[in-house]
Design a protein around this ligand. Structure first.
Ligand SMILES: Cc1cc2nc3c(=O)[nH]c(=O)nc-3n(C[C@H](O)[C@H](O)[C@H](O)COP(=O)(O)OP(=O)(O)OC[C@H]3O[C@@H](n4cnc5c(N)ncnc54)[C@H](O)[C@@H]3O)c2cc1C
Length: 491
């Protein structure tokens, strides 16, 4: 009797839920059109996972938006109904940032992909969130212009990378892509439209976030949890005609650090990057494979651009001086030939070669994640040694990259880690290794970027109480019902 009652109750709850879902879907369709909102299981499934170790989760709805007005109406409605909203462009962030932790709605911006303005004299562009690296690169090349392209898929979004403090191939000169943001239009979680930067004062001026209060910070590094960026101004740069890439190799990470420190002091590179032997392999070995004894452990490429032959010669002279100095110090630095395909993949960007990600994970069964961090450069070598032990201990390749940002004190340290996503055991093994690496980095003063929730928890454990209080207050102020990408900040 009791069991029968329970079944009846269960059915009633399910019926109410189904009614609610249908009512919500109807409303969503009335905003974006019949074809652009769905609860079809096969479509929900496609948005439920990414390449990372983060556990997949089905959204309840997938909604494709085309206009700012639609975004505003959707957010007003979601806020009233307290439906979680996960902003999505391509889902290639490899940190589970678009996995809908608490269900709700995936809001896909791929169709909002207009390049609204390109000013080749003032050197900035205004783009919608769905504009891809490949699309923007094609438009910029017509004017011989460029932006900092990541070594990721060309189909992914420029805006999503920039607002999440992503990095491109000009980081030694211009810093993070977020430092190239010049203005923003944002829909708040409550549906209001706001602007920050010069475009807030003059609708045609998208050139700068300064000298006003930097309110753009309310939407950068928040992983889509404080609002939806609907237009983004970004600085773009000329492409000088002469490219020269200097490559060296060495046996010890300390020697590579010494060389990079020395060279970056002269500020001649657009990109100054080193990769461990495992990351220079195509594809990255999975599981771990020992490096051959006669192969160097580190390779570096230093990308330089010049306007004239004389300028190139001056850069070459500086680079030769640095190599000479490093040799005299007794380091193992050697001028070397960098593996051709790997060099192309890392310098001819946006890249079809890394675009398919096959070069990263084709040996591994589709999984890829990273401890991706910004770390004081003088901690790279000690951290790498720890990471190497951890990764090899987990039978994973220590495929590590070190890159300078705008000078020498701070740079990117990350380990691109492929794993077999088809095996829960191997995925968990990778997660454990990556989180262990992350802890080492945090304890050395590093900071993860685009952090999965596992990392956010580790960050928050160490955070100053005032930092956490301020973050919670700002989040509550902007998103009173906690609908925007909830759970991602680990607070
Ligand atoms: C092999 C490989 C290499 C990579 N290399 C690099 C690299 O060198 N540098 C680098 O920075 N990244 C790298 N990435 C990560 C990623 O590809 C880029 O950051 C990419 O540009 C992210 O774009 P996306 O469209 O996939 O963003 P998504 O994953 O869809 O979104 C990223 C985040 O932005 C939020 N978001 C999306 N749209 C909006 C919006 N309109 N408003 C507010 N929030 C929004 C999402 O909720 C999510 O939190 C790499 C990835 C792979 C697979």
């Amino acid at each position: 009797m009791k069991a029968k009652k329970e079944i009846k109750k269960g059915k009633a709850v399910k019926a109410v839920r189904t009614d609610k879902k249908e009512r919500i879907l109807k409303e969503l369709k009335s905003i974006v059109g019949e074809k652009n909102a769905t609860t079809d299981q096969h479509i929900l499934y496609a948005y439920s996972y990414d390449m990372s170790f983060v556990t997949p989760k089905l959204p309840d709805y997938v909604v494709i938006v085309h206009t700012v007005e639609e975004v505003q109406r959707i957010l007003k409605f979601a806020n009233k109904e307290k439906i979680p909203v996960v902003p999505y462009t391509s889902g290639t962030n490899i940190g589970g940032l678009c996995i809908p932790e608490r269900g709700g709605m995936i809001l896909d911006f791929k169709k909002m992909n207009k390049i609204i303005k390109l000013d080749p004299e003032a050197l900035y562009a205004v783009i919608e969130p769905g504009v891809s690296h490949g699309q923007l690169a094609e438009a910029l090349y017509k004017y011989n212009l460029r932006f900092g392209w990541p070594v990721g898929p060309p189909s992914a979004s420029v805006a999503s990378c920039a607002i999440c403090h992503g990095i491109g191939h000009m980081n030694a000169r211009y810093g993070l892509n977020s430092q190239e943001i010049t203005s923003m239009e944002v829909v708040l979680p409550t549906g209001e439209l706001v602007r920050v930067g010069s475009c807030a004062i003059n609708p045609d001026a998208w050139h700068s976030c300064l000298p006003m209060p930097q309110m753009d910070g309310l939407f950068k590094g928040w992983l889509g949890s404080t609002g939806i960026v609907t237009k983004l101004g970004i600085a773009v740069h000329h492409i000088p005609p002469i490219l020269k890439i200097f490559t060296v190799s060495c046996d010890h990470v300390d020697d590579m650090y010494s060389y990079m420190l020395n060279l970056s002091n002269y500020e001649i590179c657009d990109d100054l990057t080193a990769v461990s032997w495992w990351l220079s392999q195509v594809p990255i070995p999975y599981p771990y494979k020992p490096k051959p004894d006669d192969a160097p452990e580190w390779f570096s490429y230093a990308t330089t651009f010049s306007f004239t032959e004389k300028e190139k010669e001056a850069r070459t002279e500086i680079w030769e001086k640095v190599v000479d100095e490093e040799k005299k110090k007794g380091t193992s630095i050697q001028v070397t030939h960098y593996p051709e395909e790997a060099l192309k993949a890392r310098t001819q960007l946006p890249s079809q070669i890394v675009g398919s990600t096959k070069n990263y994970c084709k040996m591994a069964g589709g999984g890829i994640s990273w401890p991706g961090t910004f770390t004081p450069a003088n901690r790279w070598a000690p951290i790498y040694k720890e990471w190497k032990k951890i990764m090899i201990g987990h039978n994973l390749s220590p495929s590590v990259r070190m890159s300078m940002y705008r000078g020498v004190h701070y740079g990117m340290l990350r380990a691109m880690t492929p794993f077999n996503k088809q095996s829960a055991k191997e995925t968990e093994n990778a997660r454990q290794a990556i989180v262990e690496c992350l802890k080492v980095d945090l304890d050395n003063g590093g900071m993860p970027y685009k952090p999965p929730v596992d990392f956010a928890m580790e960050i928050n454990k160490r955070a100053h109480p005032g930092y956490l209080m301020l973050m919670k207050r700002l989040k509550k102020f902007l998103d009173p019902n906690d609908i925007m990408n909830p759970g991602k900040l680990g607070i």
